[in-house]
Design a protein around this ligand. Structure first.
Ligand code: NZQ
Ligand code: ZN
Length: 385
């Protein structure tokens, strides 16, 4: 096992009816900016619950943060933070609203001239404005990690940021919110969280037995609840398992002491930036091609995964191949297509463009060995057409 430090300061408040606890988690006399997305919270009762919990606070609202949180919209919110002298942020939404809030947490205390530098120059945030979250969509794990992904439409960029100062102070996880999520977004949450586990697991064996089994159990739980939650999102028991699995998939725990990959995400972000394909779907498009391309390096873990998660038998090579096949079948079973051409007819040249973009950003060595060059990414994307 590799050496590691582990600290996750986010307080999780989990369960039915827990949104009312926001009030006791926000410091008294805070001036709060409540941030939300396109308005789903006004149709499913979450807005009313939050407003009622915040009744004793001086609170300003900012709605309209779009999926794939957009820099220009966030700059409008930053102006509100400054004008209104806000000192606590509350994100009410999915990964996009939470990530947008993380950007604002960082930008609000940023001392440079141009907040875009936080993303473009990869400036790690050591201290941000404190913020809490009310999670409305299980998927990204953003509610318990310190990373964010921000989009800039103008330049077709989707860039990552983060730092130890960007953990939420608290996150409220009430699985009842899942009842109103449309099927497409539930499928996205299942695929995104599943791939988060894969990115931290499908590398090479180093006898980190506990981390392996944590990862396998999260994937087994997601596979188990997927048909139930798709059939009936108001199935609270299934929703609770779905929500907690998504959080545990990317709160830092399973990646400690093990090599991690993340190439699927880095290539996937480019597909979202280029075509607007939902984040989770870009991952489903690239997972099979990435594992086929890197088969020799990954076959030991692929075989272990196939055997333990999918109960596959056979030789090492047979199991490893079956592991890739089962993963593609899983994505298809939740209604997610796995070919780029099923999302856009404009796919010619995408491999080359993704490679160009990665090289431009100095991402010349992706993957657990840091050796996956832009030319390799090109071939992987091309085999995903
Ligand atoms: O905007 P509203 O109207 O609220 O509607 C949202 C949005 O249209 C809707 N929704 C959310 N909760 C709902 C609901 N609809 C009905 N009932 C509810 N309870 O769902 C739509 C999608 O929301 P979004 O927040 O975009 O989805 P998700 O949570 O999948 O987040 C995706 C973003 O997170 C980034 C992705 O790149 C993408 O930008 N990621 C963030 C990560 C992180 N911070 O750790 C890691 C991930 O790998 C990922 O990259
Ligand atoms: Zn993801």
């Amino acid at each position: 096992m590799n050496n590691f430090d582990y600290k996750n300061p986010t307080k999780i408040i989990f369960g039915k009816g827990e949104i009312s606890k926001i009030a006791s988690e926000i410091p008294e006399n805070s001036k709060v900016l409540m941030l939300y997305g396109g308005g789903s919270i006004k149709k499913n009762g979450i807005y009313e619950q939050v407003i009622s919990a915040l009744k004793d606070f001086d609170c300003v609202e900012f709605g309209g943060i779009p999926a794939n949180p957009e820099y220009s919209v966030l700059m409008d919110a930053l102006a509100v933070i400054k004008e209104q002298k806000i000192d606590f942020l509350l994100a009410v939404g999915g990964g996009s609203v939470i990530d947008g809030t993380k950007f604002l947490s960082s930008a609000a205390l940023f001392e440079g001239d141009n907040p875009w530098d936080i993303l473009d120059k990869k400036i790690a945030t050591q201290k941000g404005m404190p913020f809490g979250t009310v999670l409305t969509l299980p998927a990204t794990g953003s509610e318990m990690n310190s990373g964010a992904v921000i989009t800039r439409k103008e330049t077709k960029q989707k860039l990552v940021m983060g730092g130890p100062g960007l953990f939420p102070v608290f996150s409220i996880l009430d699985p009842s919110v899942v009842a109103s999520i449309p099927e497409r977004q539930i499928a996205n949450g299942l695929a995104d969280s599943f791939t988060h586990v894969l990115e931290q697991y499908m590398t090479y064996p180093i006898e980190a037995n506990l981390q392996d089994r944590f990862a396998e159990s999260i994937m087994q739980t997601i596979i188990e609840v997927a048909p139930r939650i798709l059939k009936d999102p108001s199935d609270y028991k299934a929703a609770a398992n779905f929500m907690w699995s998504c959080t545990m998939a990317l709160n830092g725990l399973i990646q400690k002491g093990v090599p991690t990959d993340w190439a699927i995400h880095m290539m996937g972000h480019e597909l979202t930036a280029l075509f607007g394909i939902d984040h989770a779907r870009t991952l489903a498009i690239l997972t099979g091609p990435h594992y086929n391309y890197n088969f020799e390096n990954k076959k030991a873990k692929l075989a272990q995964y196939a055997e333990r998660v999918w109960n596959v038998d056979g030789s090492l090579e047979e199991k490893a191949k079956a592991g890739i096949q089962k993963t593609t079948e899983f994505f298809n079973s939740i209604g997610i297509q796995t070919k780029l051409s099923e999302y856009t007819s404009d796919f010619e040249g995408t491999g080359k463009e993704v490679a160009r973009r990665l090289a431009e950003r100095g991402m010349n060595g992706l993957g657990e060995y840091g050796k996956l060059a832009p030319e390799d990414a090109q071939k992987i994307v091309e085999s995903a057409y």
